[in-house]
Design a protein around this ligand. Structure first.
Ligand code: ADP
Length: 215
């Protein structure tokens, strides 16, 4: 297996970028946030355990995250290419991922660090709306649906994620600075960190990444 990581604070645009890259590269998009939200909706044991932390903007335990990632990797053929979004989020998870690369004979080729200022992050998160049925992501100003509150794709109801309220967002930004930002130094040391200016449109950001990936 081969993998890249999309690293960046909440609202940096990891999910949107991953969607664009998936179509252009064939990398399989693995979002721990999406996996956990599905688990919460389905009421699985993982979902029930994760819900309280997620609603507060705190991190779910490293053990749960590493287990669901291991299970997800195992579902795909050996020579797959993965794109991790929202994982790893702690040094412990990064070390756990190093172990998984050993287990699956994998290589981590790039860690793309998405750089956005805090004011832009806040605007992106407070305006974000998500389709309840298909998960499509909209933004009240940047990407409004044709009809307010309704998904263009399947007519599903648009809702605001429980953790996109202003007070929870501020907590998520703090959690990012304390627990996830140290990964920047971790991967810089390995020589695979690549800074990406992510203030532009999703297409502009994707073009910068594709240039580095050479595809
Ligand atoms: P964002 O990047 O916008 O904060 P995500 O969808 O990636 O949103 O994550 C939402 C929530 O899910 C996080 O606040 C956290 O509670 C949980 N979560 C997602 N990925 C991880 C992870 N790798 N480790 C721990 N918790 C996670």
């Amino acid at each position: 297996m081969k993998a890249i990581i999309l690293l960046g604070g909440p609202g940096a645009g990891k999910g949107t970028l991953a969607g664009l890259l998936q179509g252009k590269t064939g990398y399989i998009h693995i979002s721990t946030g999406d996996m956990l939200r599905s688990a919460v909706q389905a009421g699985t044991p993982v979902g029930n355990e994760a819900k309280a932390s997620m609603d507060k903007g705190e991190l779910v335990s490293d053990a749960i995250i590493l287990r669901i990632i291991d299970e997800r990797i195992a579902e795909e053929p050996e020579n797959s290419c993965f794109m991790f979004d929202g994982f790893p989020r702690t040094i412990e998870q990064a070390e756990g991922l190093d172990q998984l690369f050993k287990k699956y004979s994998g290589t981590l080729t790039h860690v793309f660090c998405l750089d956005v200022d805090q004011a832009t992050l806040l605007k992106r998160l407070t305006g974000r709306r998500v389709c309840k049925s298909c998960g499509a992501v909209y933004h009240l100003q940047n990407k409004p649906p044709r009809k307010a509150g309704v998904c263009d794709i399947d007519g599903g109801e648009l809702y605001q994620r429980a953790d996109d309220s202003e007070s929870t967002i501020l907590n998520r930004l703090e959690v990012y600075k304390k627990q996830t930002a140290p990964l920047i130094a971790y991967y810089k040391k390995q020589g695979i960190l690549c800074d990406i200016d992510a203030k532009g449109s999703p297409e502009e950001t994707a073009a910068l990444v594709l240039d580095v990936l050479n595809v």
